[in-house]
Design a protein around this ligand. Structure first.
Ligand code: M6R
Length: 617
């Protein structure tokens, strides 16, 4: 949450920073601000609302400086006001700061600073941090050999801070220098041609450079236009690893689509192809992964799997649970990462721990992973963003390889997690009792998934028409069974997060144990009814809804025949292998939520109160 950009070079900093902030807006959009150094002082422009508001505000400030910092905010401490927007400048005017994270002991620090004459204009923890740096800069920090007083004052300050931070700092008497540090919030350094950048996400800097350094927790970087140095909080110097970003700025652009979410929904066939590329064995009977860092022998010794994640990623874990239990016959447990981290759950020996996270920065998932590691378990990560904290701290893992996902509502990242979950089930199954023939059929089915998704996407216009008829409802139920129960949860989550319609996901048969009380002509139900052993049971549940006048949108596979008049709307998806069904069945609910949100005039890519990666508790 919160997006950070810093620039030092020869160009005017403000337009470049604002351009970067636009690409980070998915991280928070309560307010935005920019500060540049010019005329011997910090010139600051900040405004509540979107970066577009900041752009207008900044045009009144004639920002010409060539180094500066900018921020887009997801409010934690203090309401959404101009005063609480970042950057913050210390009351003595010497330090300017942007911050992503939460300073937990800010009250204590403020009480320390107040008697010393420091004053505060905002309610934020960030302004307190900014003034503490100013205090150390003015009073205590002494330059060590080869290092500036500026860096030392930031280091000293951070020793007194409890909480999480990704910060970029400017000092009035250190023009052309940025100091940046992280603990719990991502930061990436961009090494350009005669310019240096820092940002919370590669997308903000990839138009300037593809050479990046992923800063680690506990590291401080000192940047100038032509140089950079990294040290630890404990003052040890760090040998930087320079990585090359493998995607370009066009991958993070909307192209001809109206929203990133629409673009990402329609990108899914290609995304799935990318996620499976090179990951099947030569004999075509199993999956193979390069970065698991765990031997086949070790894998065979695993007696239980534990999966932790949040939101949509947890739904992908729940489908994976179903498939591993079905095809590999090993017990799997799934938990909300936010609950696991505090639950002190007893874990079995020979358990392999997995986390799933698109961003790789979700704080609850990261904390669950650290807790499992602390208890001595190996943790593998399924993750999309290369170089993320979770990817770096995991013992091994599987990258999703679907490129940047910008829409706050996860779509292509979700279906690629489903695919990787299905591949894991195959991989583990083939080490146990899944036969060669069954493995080959499974692999063929997975290879066919992109085309089946293409076919499901052909329903877009039909679903759009349905969405127009259902956009006025205020409540909706999503009902599915077995591997489609998590897809029902996902459908409900998608609808509520982008259209603000109250929606609940349930196992279809569980509906009669309470939620049926909600059913009336005012509460439609979306049913998944694929062909299979229990389709008649699902049809019975539909009859129970119909008997209570509940409108029904039925998502069925090609072979299913519903009794005449039972469904008010029918969406037909292709028949598919059990491992592929959850992927294909996700398409209609993504499209339905998307078109309903558009019909209701909602800001699809930036739904209220949300942010793409949740880096605070
Ligand atoms: O980056 P992560 O996969 O860890 O994010 C987890 C959730 O915050 C995320 O899936 C959230 O539920 C999305 N907004 C869903 O569309």
């Amino acid at each position: 949450m919160c997006g950070i950009v810093g620039y030092v070079g020869k160009q005017k900093a403000a337009p470049l920073i604002i351009e970067g902030l636009k690409r980070l807006e998915y991280r928070g959009y309560d307010s935005a601000g920019v500060a540049v150094f010019q005329g011997g002082k910090f010139e600051v422009a900040k405004k509540i609302g979107r970066v577009a508001n900041l752009e207008i505000e900044a045009s009144h400030h004639r920002l010409t400086g060539t180094f500066g910092i900018g921020h887009t905010r997801w409010a934690t401490h203090g309401g959404v006001t101009d005063a609480n927007a970042h950057p913050h400048v210390s009351s003595d005017g010497t330090i300017a700061l942007i911050h992503n994270g939460v300073i937990e002991n800010y009250g204590k620090i403020k009480n320390f600073l107040l008697p010393k004459g420091y004053t505060f204009k905002s309610e934020t923890d960030t302004e307190v941090l900014c003034n503490l740096i100013a205090y150390h800069y003015a009073k205590e920090a002494v330059a060590r050999e080869g290092e500036s007083r500026f860096v030392e004052s930031v280091r000293k300050t951070l020793h007194h801070v409890e909480g999480t931070y990704g910060i970029v700092v400017m000092a009035l008497d250190a023009p052309g220098e940025l100091v940046t540090a992280r603990k719990g919030s991502p930061l990436i350094l961009g090494l350009g041609d005669g310019e240096s950048l820092v940002a919370s996400d590669v997308s903000a800097i990839v138009s300037r450079t593809q050479s990046v350094v992923y800063l680690k927790d506990g590291e401080i970087a000192h940047l100038t236009a032509s140089n950079f140095a990294i040290t630890t909080l404990g003052s040890d110097s760090v040998e930087p690893v320079v990585d090359k970003v493998t995607w370009s700025i066009t991958d993070a652009e909307m192209g001809d689509h109206s929203h990133f979410m629409e673009k990402e929904i329609f990108e899914q066939p290609t995304a799935l192809e990318n996620a499976m590329r090179g990951r099947f064995s030569a004999d075509g009977s199993t999956a193979q992964f390069g970065g698991l860092n765990i031997s086949a022998g070790e894998f065979r010794g695993i007696e239980r799997f534990m999966f932790c994640a949040c939101g949509t990623a947890l739904h992908a874990c729940m489908v994976t649970e179903h498939l591993i239990e079905e095809f590999a016959r090993i017990p799997v447990e799934c938990d909300y990462a936010s609950e696991f981290r505090y639950r002190n759950s007893p874990l079995f020996r020979n358990t392999l721990f997995f986390v799933m996270s698109q961003s790789g920065e979700t704080i609850d998932t990261l904390a669950a992973m650290r807790e499992a590691k602390r208890k001595g378990y190996k943790v593998l990560a399924v993750n999309n963003v290369v170089g993320s904290t979770i990817a770096r701290e995991a013992d091994g893992g599987i990258y999703q390889h679907v490129g940047p996902e910008v829409g706050v509502a996860s779509t292509k990242a979700f279906t690629s997690q489903l695919l990787i979950g299905a591949m894991l089930a195959l991989y583990i199954g083939r080490m146990r009792d899944l036969s060669f023939g069954a493995g080959v059929r499974y692999v063929e089915a997975l290879k066919g998934a992109p085309d089946l998704v293409r076919k499901a996407l052909l329903q877009a216009d039909h679903i759009k028409a349905i969405a127009k008829r259902y956009a006025h409802y205020t409540d909706m139920l999503f009902l599915g069974r077995l591997s489609l129960f998590p897809i029902a949860l996902e459908g409900a989550l998608k609808l509520k997060e982008i259209s603000y319609i109250h929606a609940e996901g349930y196992p279809a048969a569980e509906m009669k144990h309470g939620p049926i009380a909600l059913v009336s002509e005012k509460c439609p139900s979306v049913f998944f009814a694929p062909s299979g052993e229990i389709v008649n049971k699902i049809i019975s549940s539909m009859q129970e809804i119909k008997a209570r006048k509940g409108p029904i949108i039925a998502i069925i596979t090609e072979r299913v025949e519903l009794p005449a008049g039972l469904a008010d709307e029918t969406i037909v998806i292709p028949e598919c292998h059990e491992a592929v069904l959850p992927i294909v069945a996700s398409i209609p609910v993504q499209l339905l939520s998307y078109y309903i949100a558009v019909e209701r005039g909602c800001d699809v890519d930036k739904p209220r109160n949300l942010a793409k990666s949740v880096t605070v508790e």
